[in-house]
Design a protein around this ligand. Sequence first.
Ligand code: SF4
Length: 70
Amino acid sequence: MPHGKPAGMPCVQLRDDFACAIFGRPERPAVCASLRPHLSMCGTTRTDALGALQHLEAMTAPDGVGALRR
Ligand code: SF4
């Protein structure tokens, strides 16, 4: 996604089984390769992780609440 990934849009490299199609390959973005999952961010279920992501998205939106209003 050379122009960036808009918030709320799945990455084009995300497979149907939620694995990364380019995992371990050099073209995988550095930000992805450097991310270290943590229980506080991912929780123990997909629902936990999506909730945490939604919170982070809202906290980092330009207006501070963007993701929750959309
Ligand atoms: S790890 Fe990065 S490149 Fe792979 S699916 Fe997730 S966001 Fe996309």
